[in-house]
Design a protein around this ligand. Structure first.
Ligand SMILES: *Cc1c(COP(=O)(O)O)cnc(C)c1O
Length: 446
């Protein structure tokens, strides 16, 4: 594999307790300036980031196991991305693709069409955020089918705008008191092997399909939207066979099958897209997060007949496919290819999973270890039960942070520790982070 040249020392170094004094000062200014509704996972403020480390404003070097929620897969300051952004910004930052178009947008669309699974002809549209991509995938599906109903799943997360809140399963904090929500959204049972013992992928799909047929009728359904591995809902990997059976049913009934790969996409799970693992080629894929090395960009890529069905002007937005973000995406895709980040994601999984499994063998607070590639999780429970333990989960994340490792939590029950390291993290740094995490779980469980 290509050696990566890092700009910052790839080491965990603490020079203050966390948060340090400068972070505390900024946090005070923040309280007076930033709306209270915006939360942050950690109380330290970033000054610099490179490879697998985040340097904070007090000079602490933290190991990043979150990648800003699966965004900075190529690192937070990939030299190729940084140079492409600077070059494009020096030319033009915006003309609006709907006013005066530019080549970068077309080039990103070509790359995504080539990269997305399935040998059907494809078209792409660019937007700014994951939620916006999801909204537009639903718009396309409704227009193309002439149907209204949209099916989402238990534990799903699709965003925070009105329609995507409706698609998202969890009330607190995403939806509570923010309604009324968009209509014609229906929720079906997910395949959740750890909490669904004995229900294999085919049976779980049958269960969802029966409900769709009985409660909605297949010919009322415009789209099924599903995360191939659920993100915010708990890194839930459906049982094998679940996704292919849903896709097959969708195809047979004129239902648009949308894979929301906003979190799983771009090498994260060891393939370019997670649905490739079972040979699933969705009608439409939504993408964002890892797409552009941290610049805000999102996309939908899908069957040409669906995307071209929309009247000119029906899709777009002032900033969608911003030229600087497009330049960043092209550079990030080059880095992903040159460093073979799908292979690196698999290597991260192969390095981390045995250690997480060994820890689970030792400690009865770990109910499940799961994930694929560099999208890994442990689900924490009360000893000897499968009862979720969100307090323990918070304690583990806090202990890891105190020792200099940023880990994120997730899950419908708030009891999942998730690992989303930058795919450019080095082995030594990853090993050190896992040692810290192991100690954090042991201490919190004791
Ligand atoms: C993060 C996420 C979204 C929303 O993306 P935003 O850019 O935050 O709007 C949608 N779907 C999935 C699966 C996500 O993980």
């Amino acid at each position: 594999m290509t050696e990566i040249a890092y700009r910052l020392p790839q080491k965990r170094t603490l020079v203050t307790a966390l948060p340090g004094p400068e972070s505390v000062r900024i946090a005070e200014r923040r309280r007076a300036a930033v709306a209270g509704g915006v939360g942050s996972s950690v109380p330290v403020y970033a000054a610099d980031a490179d490879g697998g480390v985040i340097l904070d404003v007090d000079g602490n070097s933290l190991i990043d196991l979150g990648s800003g929620i699966a965004v900075t897969s190529v690192g937070a300051s990939d030299p190729r991305v940084a140079a492409a952004v600077a070059t494009q910004a020096a030319r033009f930052t915006h003309t609006c693709f709907m006013v005066t178009p530019y080549e970068g947008y077309v080039a990103v669309a070509e790359r995504l069409n080539a990269l997305n699974p399935g040998d059907h002809e494809k078209r792409t549209v660019l937007f700014n955020s994951g939620a916006e991509a999801v909204e537009n995938a639903i718009k396309v599906a409704r227009l193309a089918t002439g149907r209204d109903a949209v099916v989402a799943f238990d534990h799903a997360y699709h965003g925070r705008t009105n329609l995507t809140m409706a698609l998202t399963a969890k009330s607190m904090p995403y939806k509570k008191d923010f309604g009324p929500f968009a209509p014609e959204v229906y929720r079906m049972p997910m395949s959740y092997p750890y909490r669904d013992a004995g229900v294999d992928g085919a049976a779980a799909a049958r269960r969802a399909i029966d409900q769709m047929e009985k409660q909605l009728g297949a010919d009322a359904v415009a789209a099924i939207i599903i995360e191939p591995i659920q993100g915010e809902g708990g890194f839930i990997v459906p049982a094998p066979g679940f996704l292919p059976a849903l896709q097959e049913w969708a195809n047979a009934n004129g239902v648009v099958f949308i894979a929301d790969e906003v979190q799983t996409g771009f090498a994260r799970t060891g393939t370019w897209f997670a649905c490739e693992d079972e040979g699933v080629a969705p009608d439409v894929i939504t993408m964002a997060k890892g797409i552009a090395g941290g610049m805000p960009l999102s996309a939908i890529t899908g069957r040409a007949d669906l995307l071209d069905a929309v009247h000119p002007g029906g899709l777009g937005g002032t900033y969608g496919g911003n030229p600087v973000a497009c330049a960043a995406a092209l550079a990030a895709l080059d880095t992903m290819t040159e460093l073979d980040l799908p292979a690196r994601a698999r290597a991260i999984g192969e390095r981390a999973l045995p250690r997480l499994r060994a820890l689970a063998g030792e400690l009865d607070v770990i109910g499940d270890v799961r994930g694929r590639g560099a999208m890994l999780a442990i689900e924490l429970v009360r000893p000897g039960t499968s009862e979720p333990d969100p307090e323990l989960t918070k304690a583990v994340a806090a202990k890891a942070l105190a020792a200099g490792v940023v880990v994120l939590t997730c899950g419908t029950y708030g009891n999942v520790i998730r690992l989303l390291p930058p795919l450019v993290i080095g082995d030594e740094l990853l090993d050190d982070a896992l040692t810290v995490l192991e100690a954090a779980v042991r201490e919190a469980a004791a």
